[in-house]
Design a protein around this ligand. Structure first.
Ligand code: NAD
Length: 464
């Protein structure tokens, strides 16, 4: 009987929503507000509606969200590519499909049980309520889709504070998600944002009393900001993933994997190989094989200086204009005309070089030659800077693989594959675009966005 009433309510809501959809012909009206306070209030009310539905219905909203994003993958990828001027359109399509298909939904919420003479105790995963999520420019739609799936599956609503440079893509993603949920009979504004995102508006969100949890995906600045907010916060920060290669590795495969991983979306992903540390005896053969896999090597010292001047700013950090640009574009700017087939620029340098020390986020891959595996492990730990993000190693020696994993303490450790295997592409496991190293939640999913609550029934239901 209860289900019939629920079904009827849903039909009425769907019809009403269809009427609203027809009347509201404004492209950005679903979840997009002028003021941050209004975005927060609307999402807060929507969450109260969401928790009235059972998990089966919540799951239907998530399916509708996935379907709508799937239908708009090309649009969102094109928008992100054109708006940010970074990355590769075809890789953005792959990244969006990945989050749509492989981000866990309500099935991720598993309860714990204790049962015995004193009865039955459940540990249930309950929503926080309203989450404030800050998203990066490097994966704008991907992070919003991924966060929305996990956060809504867990019973929350979410207010997004996107990067201003990816505003249009982010707003469109929020709108598509809301439209999909409304069309499936759910509440409008489960995800909201502001028309003009700014740091001031992000500040308002971080301080607002109705926000119960903050989730930041970005560089060190934003992670520090949420951790200083006084609220519960999850921080997914910067990485500088080293790829270590020793003499036991399959060098031909290692070279291909490293170039594939480092050039994916022009090195924008935080997990992508940012430097290679290779033992001397196999270094030349690795470089030879990288070149066979569309890498261009710069050996000339004058050319290297030219490249440094071009892609680093006066403070030694990567120049904004070259972040996420194609390798052939960067090469042309230093006077080398090459085919667009070239995916990465490789250059042998010392470990102290800024290309090694800084997260470049462009397909320029520095290579550091070391005498043996002990030195390789030492250098890898040093250049990862304790971010606890991602490391990659190519080796057939289990003791060495274990040694680096223990020393480097990264959230993701990929062995004998490209970095993206660590987020479920050609590697087992679900995906996420919010990898919380600094705060320790790891690869976030629906259960990350829940509070653990204990529910105790005394003296019953023990039937062992
Ligand atoms: P960014 O740090 O410049 O911006 C990220 C977001 O934080 C944006 O929305 C920005 O507006 C906001 N922001 C920045 N400083 C803030 C402050 N003080 N207060 C409030 N909001 C603030 O990063 P980006 O260039 O957009 O993204 C690239 C960086 O993000 C890289 O360092 C990359 O490694 C990292 N990243 C990490 C993950 C992860 O899962 N760990 C995922 C993607 C990107």
């Amino acid at each position: 009987m209860k289900t019939e009433v629920q079904q009827l309510e849903q039909i009425v809501r769907r019809v009403m929503n269809e009427i609203i959809l027809k009347q509201t012909n404004k492209p950005n009206s679903f979840g997009v507000f002028e003021e941050m306070e209004d975005a927060i209030e609307a999402a807060w009310s929507a969450q109260k509606e969401l928790v009235k539905y059972n998990l089966e219905v919540r799951s239907k909203f998530i399916s509708a969200l996935r379907n709508a994003c799937r239908e708009n993958v090309e649009l969102l990828s094109k928008m992100a590519y054109e708006e940010t001027g970074m990355g590769r359109y075809e890789d953005k399509i792959k990244k969006n499909i990945l989050v749509i298909e492989k981000t866990p939904g309500v099935e991720d919420l598993k309860s714990e049980v204790f049962s015995g003479d004193d009865g039955l105790t459940l540990i249930e995963l309950s929503p926080y309520g309203l989450i404030g999520a800050i998203t990066p420019t490097t994966n704008p739609s991907e992070t919003i889709i991924c966060n929305a799936i996990g956060m809504i599956a867990a019973g929350n609503a979410v207010v997004f504070s996107p990067h201003p440079s990816a505003k249009e893509t982010s707003l469109k993603t929020v709108q598509i998600i809301n439209e999909a949920i409304v069309s499936a009979g759910g509440p409008n504004n489960l995800v909201t944002t502001v028309k003009e995102p700014t740091l001031e508006k992000a500040e308002i969100m971080m301080k607002h009393k109705k926000i119960n949890l903050l989730v930041a995906t970005g560089g060190p600045g934003v992670v520090k900001a949420v951790l200083s907010s006084g609220k519960k916060a999850i921080g997914a920060g910067a990485g500088n993933p080293p790829a270590v290669v020793d003499e036991t590795a399959d060098i031909e495969k290692a070279a291909k994997d490293i170039i594939d991983g480092c050039s994916f979306d022009n090195n924008l992903p935080c997990i992508a190989e940012k430097e290679v540390i290779v033992v001397d005896v196999v270094a030349d053969y690795l470089i030879f094989n990288m070149k066979k896999n569309n890498a261009y090597e710069i050996k000339d010292i004058k050319l290297l200086e030219k490249l440094e001047k071009l892609i680093l700013n006066e403070h030694g950090y990567p120049h904004k204009d070259f972040i996420g640009k194609n390798a052939d574009y960067i090469l042309k700017r230093v006077g080398i005309d090459c085919s667009p087939e070239v995916r990465a620029i490789i250059v042998e340098v010392q470990k102290s070089h800024p290309f090694v020390q800084k997260e470049l986020m462009m397909p320029v891959l520095p290579i550091v030659r070391v005498k043996d595996i002990s030195e390789a492990i030492k250098v890898a730990v040093e250049v990862e800077h304790g971010f606890k993000h991602t490391a990659i190693m190519h080796s057939k020696n289990i003791d060495r693989l274990t040694a680096l994993a223990k020393e480097i303490q990264t959230t993701i450790f990929v062995k004998n594959g490209p970095s993206y295997a660590g987020i479920g592409v050609g590697g087992e496991g679900y995906t996420t675009f919010t990898i919380a190293g600094p705060t320790g939640e790891g690869l976030t999913s629906a259960k990350t966005f829940t509070r653990k609550r204990r529910c105790v029934l005394v003296g019953g239901f023990s039937i062992k």
